[in-house]
Design a binder for this molecule. Structure first.
Ligand code: ACM
Length: 261
């Protein structure tokens, strides 16, 4: 199973150009599952709820249809972050589309910084979709800061966590080593690059996307500033083996009766 991490540099608000660029990046390599950043075709730094609503798209609309179409044509799955338009407001969302026409939808649980002004808090909970024998879980950026996010996905059976990100702090790529090890799952953090300077504040995104194995090793580390795609092979069986020796199984050995804070 080949995993492609896509690290892009969207230009704020240029949806069609950004999507065309993403499709070109997808077509530039052969893989089975492509993982793209958070808000991958709009840019990140919104300045009002109205602006989000103008650029947000419905999950069953034409824009998401482009991703569904390329998944079908290439017989691949694609995970990506986007602003989801809904009747009650906009969500910072992510989706996995599979070539057989199914999808997994997720609304970001832990909103970061000014996202709290512009997006509704996600209400979907964490989910997993199985495709080609691979169980894919979804998370978005700041979710990583809360260990319960990736733990919940591991308990729900995820082999790989597609972690669509727009990181501005430098910690996640290192923290992923621990998160992968403690859950014995693959973690794919697809981050963006570039700087956005809107609403009187400049944010620089940290790039350096990583794919980490259940043994806590980097399989891919992307550069910090370039738009780039990289591919690595994963072994699903490694994520299913939760035993670390004859005595210890890191899921079965949990003692949840002692974990209530
Ligand atoms: C983030 O959640 N985009 C940092």
């Amino acid at each position: 199973m080949r995993i492609a991490l896509i690290q892009n540099h969207p230009l704020f608000g240029e949806v069609e150009n950004n999507i065309n660029r993403l499709l070109t990046l997808i077509e530039s390599v052969d893989a089975d599952l492509y993982i793209l950043p958070e808000l991958c075709f709009t840019g990140y730094q919104f300045v009002s709820r109205e602006e989000v609503a103008r650029l947000a798209v419905p999950p069953d609309g034409a824009v998401i249809g482009w991703f569904r179409q390329i998944a079908k044509e290439r017989n691949v799955s694609i995970a990506f972050g986007y602003p989801e338009l809904s009747p009650e407001g906009s969500y910072n969302a992510a989706m996995v589309v599979t070539p057989d026409g199914r999808d997994l939808r997720y609304r970001k649980t832990h909103l970061f910084y000014r996202e709290k002004e512009f997006f509704l808090p996600g209400d979907s909970g964490f989910g997993v979709i199985e495709w080609n024998g691979l169980r894919i879980g979804l998370a978005v950026c700041f979710d990583w800061y809360f260990p319960e996010s990736f733990r919940t996905l591991a308990l729900k059976g995820a082999d790989i966590i597609a972690h669509c990100s727009n990181l501005v702090m430098p910690y996640c790529q290192q923290a992923d080593l621990t998160r992968a090890l403690e859950n014995r799952v693959y973690i794919a953090t697809a981050n963006r690059v570039g700087t956005e300077d809107r609403g009187g504040e400049a944010l620089t995104f940290t790039g350096g996307s990583v794919l980490v194995s259940p043994r806590g090793e980097y399989l891919l580390t992307l550069p910090k500033e370039e738009e780039v795609v990289m591919v690595a092979e994963i072994d699903i069986a490694l994520a299913r083996e939760k035993k670390i020796n004859r005595y210890n199984d890191i899921i079965a050995d949990r003692r949840p009766e002692f974990y209530n804070g």
